[in-house]
Design a protein. Structure first.
Lengths: 675, 367
């Protein structure tokens, strides 16, 4: 689990990832999802053995076959797209060849109250990412963009069908755009991917159906990949017109002649019992995979059987999509596993008992539970590691826009932040909080991630209380008779840390405060509910924040830029500077100095189409973070860990967990088989 | 002739009406019926009061469903603006004053008019409102777990009474015997050990011995599998109740066995088994029967903490989840149904008690 175990693999990923980022050209995509050059190099030795290499594929000669449990009487060839447009799964997200699987069995997964939980195993999106950040067209056959970046073209897979057997065509994209998205029926009309100038209220792009299998998106201004095809929000752009067209009322879509009530009645007839049109819209077009009867393009569809079709229920089943459009290298229609069975637990820790009892096949575990659970499970379990994208663990940050001038001036001083950083014994903290699983670290990209810099990861990490005291004095603080520093004007220095209750942050503060106290920094803490905490941050009514993370960093600006640059009312480390940008100067505090530089660089990054140039700008942004360390982390970034039934094949190791990659979705569950 | 016939018919009709009225008079004149009618009339304001308190208490924590939803979505990387959150509040009607929300809630449960959209869509006059969290009608959500909850709770209840009453009678009739001591020790242990601790221990032992920790209910492996998965819940939930019943029935039995009527019966040569079962036991069971009032409610809600530990997807954990998410109509409805069942349960237990023990008289009823 420690980085020593991963360093070889991840270092290789990092080097290759940078190379790949520089070389990728999103406007000349490959129609076939073959291993990327980068990923191919990144083959972990452990996986290369015992892995049958798929036979070379000649699509025209390929004979398709299907699972024995398929109920449809239509031939498998008729349920798949035409041969040239079938998606052939040959490699995993690391670029390693997939084993040819066998059909059958169920995959038992952990249920959850979040609508996204079930999506991880089955959601099919416009593009798919590899762990190195490269990507390829997924649901769409290909995409291209005009040289001026104003016209994007999507080509679809001919013969592709919805899970109910109806053809999936350009009409479904036009329907989604005109009836579902632009009308805000999906409640997501403010996505910037389809708006001019990446503004929430910018004009919508013009969508044109070229033919049944081709559409174009036309913008008045250049629309670069980062804000269109790579935009993390823009996961799909389709909805089943044949199913949904009589579920949208006139009040939402002018072309409809139905009243709200008529629509709700029709929805009820289809088993969709919603009280409000707004809920009907959001659930059937945004969380569509969770509602029975709605056709999808995903690998599995929710059961229609009562008692098994509530994703928040005790047990929920998702059955094989018999019209799924992917095959393996031997032409076997995917997925291999018959159904996904989600089981809900009622208390934390039950998932481990269920896993050990053989009733769950995949569970997430925290580091401290890995060895004991593996020991109990014996040969029946394997570990899979997802490297995290967070910038360090056990973080603190300060309110740089505090209305208390003394505090704001102090926080702005680099020497003060350095003192707060080196006054803590990181090794001891790791032992106390994480059973020594995490190494000392800093708020910086994790090893293996874009922008990783060893020097940065070690900056201000050496434990030196004496030096910390000198730095504090250099900030103008004066040691008081009580053994704590005061401001030069004689007022007491007290730093109040705010944290969220029941999030584990209280432990972080309890451990850290003793170190600060030893160097003469008086602190206290206030605990809030998540809602009250967010309100304090939004209202600029806070002093300092403490927790496992403080909303800085992540996979990269492509994923979500707000954790890197002060552009939203979102992150603690830039306080009101972000509010200023979000509200175009109407609210918040105008950024100055390096905060302003971040904003300028972000604007430049947005306006740059070329991926390698964008990365150069991103690295400049990172350099500013490295210089300032507005957030301080005491330990390295934390990954996520899965224990899996050892009978599951094709579950890759060393994946990357990130929002942009849809977290576990990058494991490609539809290629799993049980043997 | 015709006139006479008509007269006779009229007389017969009058007689039969008199008969009905007299029998009704007799019926309503009885203490028990008066008592029941009175209790049913009291039932209505009680339910209103309980429902008001429930709704009030549920709204006490700071924030509302929308604020907890906003925080949850933020955790998933989805951000709602202040305007969107306020729109949601307006959409769900939770921006209205508390008393208005309560009034609308209770009104729609009692009678949703025919000209309402809800009636036109659902053809029901009772709108239990909407579960924000589940995006379903509250009654649909409650119904989903109602069957399994009642089934499990009934099995546990039957287990409790079937085991505890014979043990209690044995203990009382064999006072200070080895069996009595064993029953007492087990009884005290069962009452003293918190259910959730016992649950953990049994789950651990089950895992160690069978490789299966028995978390949750097994619904996919037939009746045997289902019953197997019920063993731990029955032992955990059942034993705690069993202990209480054993102690109570045993004490009452000892009290009755020592009474003069028992002595007299014995002196007159009545069979010992008849004395115990027909006289002593009948009197001793009274406190247990009066405790039946809570059973209907517990059948519905289950034992929440133990259900959480054991992973039983019954109504109790659902209530907790609703409270945590501030899903007020769902939480309110579950608690209100429980309250109604408590009131009905008490009523039923009083009726059963009256039949069991004719000495019991109701206020204002002695003739």
């Amino acid at each position: 689990m420690k980085k020593k175990l991963l360093s070889l693999l991840l270092a290789a990923t990092m080097v290759v990832s940078l190379a790949a980022c520089g070389g990728s050209t999103s406007n000349t995509p490959s129609a076939e999802p073959t291993p990327t050059k980068a990923a191919a190099k990144n083959t972990p030795a452990a996986q290369a053995t015992n892995t049958p290499t798929p036979t070379p594929v000649s699509v025209q000669e390929m004979k398709f076959s299907q699972a024995p449990t398929v109920k449809s009487t239509a031939k498998v060839e008729d349920r798949l797209p035409v041969k040239t447009d079938v998606f052939i799964e040959q490699v995993d997200a690391n670029g390693n060849p997939l084993e040819i699987g066998v059909y059958g069995g169920n995959l038992n997964l952990l249920g959850g109250s979040s609508g996204w939980n079930t999506s991880r195993a089955m959601l099919e999106t416009i593009i798919h990412y590899n762990t190195d950040g490269s990507y390829y067209p997924n649901v769409i056959k290909s995409y291209s963009v005009s040289s001026d970046y104003k016209v994007w073209t999507f080509k679809l897979r001919e013969g592709m069908r919805w899970s109910d057997g109806e053809p999936f065509t350009a009409d479904d994209i036009v329907f989604w755009y005109e009836a579902v998205h632009k009308t805000n029926f999906d409640t997501k009309a403010d996505w910037t991917a389809l708006r001019e100038n990446d503004e929430k209220n910018g004009d919508f792009a013009v969508l044109t159906k070229v033919n049944d299998y081709e559409v174009t998106w036309t913008f008045q201004n250049p629309k670069y990949p980062a804000s269109f095809i790579e935009n993390g929000d823009f996961k799909w752009c389709w909805a089943p017109e044949h199913y949904l067209k009589d579920l949208i009322p006139h009040s939402v879509w002018a072309e409809s002649t139905l009243s709200d009530e008529e629509v709700l009645i029709k929805a009820k007839e289809k088993g969709l019992d919603f009280e409000k049109v707004k809920d009907l819209g959001k659930q059937t077009t945004y969380y569509f995979w969770n509602w029975p009867g709605i056709p999808t393009l995903n690998s599995y569809v929710i059961s229609t059987e009562a008692g098994l079709n509530n994703y928040k229920g005790a047990t929920c089943e998702y059955l094989r999509n018999e019209y799924f459009w992917k095959v393996d290298a031997n032409g076997q229609q995917l997925p291999y596993v018959d159904k996904l069975v989600y089981t809900m637990t009622t208390a934390e820790g039950q998932e481990i008992l269920l896993f050990l009892s053989g009733k769950l096949d995949v569970i997430g575990v925290t580091m401290d539970k890995i060895s004991s659970t593996l020991a109990d499970a014996g040969d029946s379990a394997d570990l899979r590691t997802f490297s995290g994208s967070g910038w360090g663990t056990c973080q603190i940050t300060f309110n740089y826009t505090s209305t208390d001038k003394n505090l704001a001036d102090l926080f702005a001083k680099s020497a003060f932040r350095q003192a707060m950083s080196i006054s803590v014994d990181r090794n001891e903290v790791s032992g106390l909080l994480y059973d020594n699983f995490l190494d000392p670290g800093q708020a910086c990209p994790s090893i293996g991630n874009f922008g990783y810099d060893e020097e940065w990861s070690k900056k201000w990490t050496e434990y030196d209380p004496a030096a910390a005291k000198k730095l504090l004095e250099s900030c103008g603080l004066v040691m008081g008779k009580d053994g704590y520093y005061d401001f030069a004007d004689g007022t007491d220095l007290l730093i109040t840390f705010y944290y969220v209750a029941d999030s584990g942050d209280d432990k972080t503060y309890t451990v850290l405060k003793n170190y600060w106290s030893k160097v003469g920094i008086r602190t206290d803490a206030r605990e809030f509910t998540r809602e009250a905490y967010d309100q304090k941050i939004d209202n600029n009514d806070w002093v300092a924040s403490c927790g496992p993370t403080t909303s800085i960093g992540g996979l990269g600006l492509n994923d979500r830029p707000a954790p890197f640059v002060p552009i939203a009312e979102a992150a603690e480390w830039y306080g009101e500077y972000g509010t200023y940008y979000q509200y175009s100067g109407e609210k918040g505090v105008k950024p100055t100095g390096d905060f302003q530089k971040l904003v300028d660089l972000y604007n430049e990054w947005k306006a740059t189409p070329d991926r390698s140039k964008k990365d150069e700008i991103a690295l400049k942004i990172y350099d500013i973070h490295k210089e300032n360390l507005w957030s301080i982390a005491y330990l390295e970034g934390i990954g996520s860990y899965k224990l899996i039934n050892s009978k599951i094949h094709n579950f890759p190791d060393n994946l990357v967990s990130a929002d942009l990659y849809q977290y576990d979705n990058i494991a490609h569950f539809w290629t799993f088989f049980i043997k | 002739m015709d006139t006479n016939t008509n007269c006779n018919v009229n007389k017969d009709q009058t007689k039969s009406w008199d008969k009905i009225i007299n029998s009704l008079k007799d019926f309503f004149g009885k203490d028990i019926v008066r008592y029941i009618v009175k209790r049913i009339l009291m039932f209505i304001p009680t339910i209103f009061l309980v429902s008001f308190l429930v709704f009030f208490v549920i709204q006490l924590p700071p924030g509302d469903y929308v604020s907890s939803e906003v925080a949850k979505l933020a955790g998933e990387g989805e951000y709602l603006s202040e305007k969107e959150a306020n729109d949601l509040r307006a959409e769900y009607g939770i921006d209205k004053p508390f008393i208005v929300q309560y009034g609308m809630w209770i009104r729609d449960i009692i009678w949703t008019p025919t000209d309402s959209q809800y009636y036109r869509i659902n053809h029901s006059h009772h709108n239990w409102k909407y579960s924000f969290e589940q995006k379903k009608n509250v009654w649909t959500v409650i119904e989903e777990r109602l069957g399994i909850t009642i089934l499990i709770s009934s099995i546990i209840m039957i287990f409790q009474y079937a085991v505890s009453i014979p043990i209690a009678v044995y203990s009382a009739t064999h006072q200070y015997s080895a069996g009595d001591y064993i029953a007492s020790i087990v009884g005290f242990l069962g009452a003293a050990i918190p259910n959730f601790v016992l649950a953990f221990v049994l789950m651990y032992l089950s895992y160690k011995w069978t490789g299966n920790a028995q978390v949750g209910l097994e619904t996919k492996e037939g009746v045997i599998g289902f019953l197997k998965s019920l063993v731990i819940p029955i032992i955990v939930i059942g034993t705690s109740g069993t202990c209480g019943i054993i102690r109570s029935v045993r004490a009452q039995m000892l009290d009755e066995i020592g009474r003069q009527y028992t002595l007299t019966a014995r002196a007159k040569g009545v069979k010992e088994s008849t004395i115990i079962m027909k006289y002593c036991f009948r009197a001793a069971i009274n406190p247990t029967v009066s405790g039946l009032g809570g059973i209907l409610s517990s059948l519905f809600s289950g034992s929440t903490v133990t259900a959480m530990v054991l992973g039983l997807q019954i109504q109790g954990p659902q209530l907790l989840a609703a409270l945590q998410a501030q899903d007020m109509y769902l939480a309110g409805s579950i608690v209100m149904v429980q309250a109604i069942l408590v009131v009905i349960g008490i009523l039923l237990s009083d009726i059963v008690l009256a039949f069991l023990d004719p000495r019991i008289r109701y206020s204002g009823g002695s003739r």
